[in-house]
Design a protein around this ligand. Structure first.
Ligand code: IDC
Length: 386
């Protein structure tokens, strides 16, 4: 082979290799391109297939549900008033000597209002009303007055409905960092023994339901009267309190005293079997109850009796009549000096001077000053420290 032939063969081989390479390259590119196109089409087809998407979503939902259930069982219980965790402004309260104290042991004074009878005026236990009381009136406690007689809990009312209103009150006060008093409002039934069994059953169930609610306070007999003496009230309290303590060892319990909760000075003569975290109730109506009752309070404090004013007004004892601002000022001085908590009667628009909302005002929250009557305006100013 001469040199010319050798060069020709070399050139032909190089061209052949180049051609082969080019064909392979083109073939590879084509395959890659085809694969890309196919996969794009797959994506498009997938996303336009509702059934398949639905299946995925459903599956995710199921697994999320499972997760929630799992979490629910372990650490996130469904939030209801009875098992939600509320953090009232002063934490869990207790009684130290004659004082109500916060979770760190410092004296605190609760201030707030009481509903009227829940069988008559349940509409004021609503979210906006409690916000108004908390934010505008600066109240940190609400008393839920559940009458036993007078068509109330033990005399014809719908028990379930009343308990629902209480549940609302517990929830809404909890959400507003307030405290809440569940009041067994005996009045025309005079003697707490009349509904003693009902009281034990009621407080047993309430305390089981709200055992983890640090903001719930139990008032076991509003105003014993007509001859119910302290020894008898004490026996009643010694019987009812264990129904609460079986569920809640340290809730604050309020116990009414003889003569429409005025004879607080009787308590020290015959103390309760277990008076831990118990306070004794004094009620006053400033235009009727003056120095005499104020002296009784001082006497009781001197004897070491812790006092809580769970109901008062600045009119007379009928819940009506003129207001006595002078006597009211003396009462406030006594209460503030001794850190005694107070709750004003009543949040309703009834035609009576203790009802804090004007009778012509039908709003159930967000009252302007002009929509409150005189006792309401006084109460709001007093709580606001004005
Ligand atoms: C009054 C109400 C009044 C109602 C009456 C009877 O203001 O509208 O007709 O009860 O149910 C109390 C009682 C409280 C009284 C209040 C005023 O705890 O229920 O409310 N009062 O009489 N003790 C002293 C005064």
């Amino acid at each position: 082979m001469n040199t010319k032939t050798k060069v020709l063969i070399g050139v032909i081989s190089a061209v052949a290799i180049l051609l082969f390479g080019a064909v392979c390259f083109l073939l590879g590119s084509y395959r890659q391109l085809k694969a890309n196109v196919d996969s794009r089409q797959e994506v498009l087809v997938e996303s336009s297939e509702p059934e398949e998407t639905a299946e995925v979503t459903e599956h995710q939902e199921v697994s999320n549900e499972g997760k929630q259930e799992e979490q629910g069982e372990q650490e996130m219980p469904e939030q209801t008033s009875s098992n939600a965790v509320y953090e009232p402004v002063y934490g869990a309260l207790s009684v130290k000597g004659t004082k109500l104290v916060d979770k760190t042991g410092h004296p605190v004074q609760l201030k707030g209002v009481s509903t009227h009878g829940l069988q008559w005026y349940p509409e004021y236990v609503n979210e906006d009303a409690i916000k108004t009381l908390h934010e505008d009136w600066k109240a940190n406690v609400l008393r839920l007055a559940m009458y036993t007689n007078e068509g109330g809990y033990c005399s014809g009312a719908d028990k379930e409905q009343l308990e629902e209103v209480i549940d609302q009150g517990v929830k809404l006060t909890g959400e507003n960092k307030m405290y809440c008093i569940i009041d067994w409002h005996i009045l025309s039934d005079c003697h707490p023994v009349q509904y003693q069994n009902e009281a034990k059953d009621f407080f047993g169930r309430m305390s089981a339901k709200y055992k983890d609610c640090d903001h719930v306070i139990y008032e076991i007999c509003n105003e014993p009267n007509s001859g119910a003496n302290w020894d008898e009230i004490k026996s009643y309290a010694d019987d009812v309190i264990p129904a609460i303590r079986a569920n809640d060892k340290d809730a604050i319990i309020l116990v009414g005293t003889p003569t429409w909760s005025q004879d607080v000075d009787e308590v020290a003569k015959n103390p309760l079997a277990n008076g831990d975290n118990v306070m004794y109730v004094c009620h006053f109506y400033a235009a009727t109850h003056k120095d005499d009752l104020r002296r009784k309070v001082e006497k009781a404090l001197d004897a070491g009796t812790p006092i809580f004013v769970s109901e008062f007004s600045i009119c007379d004892a009928s819940g009506n009549g003129g207001l006595d601002y002078d006597s009211a000022a003396k009462w406030m001085e006594l209460l503030n000096e001794n850190n005694i908590s107070y709750v004003g009667w009543n949040l309703a628009n009834k035609q009576e001077s203790s009802s804090m909302i004007r009778p012509d005002c039908t709003k159930t929250s967000g009252w302007s000053e002009g929509e409150l009557n005189e006792s309401g305006q006084w109460m709001r100013r007093t709580m606001r420290g004005e």
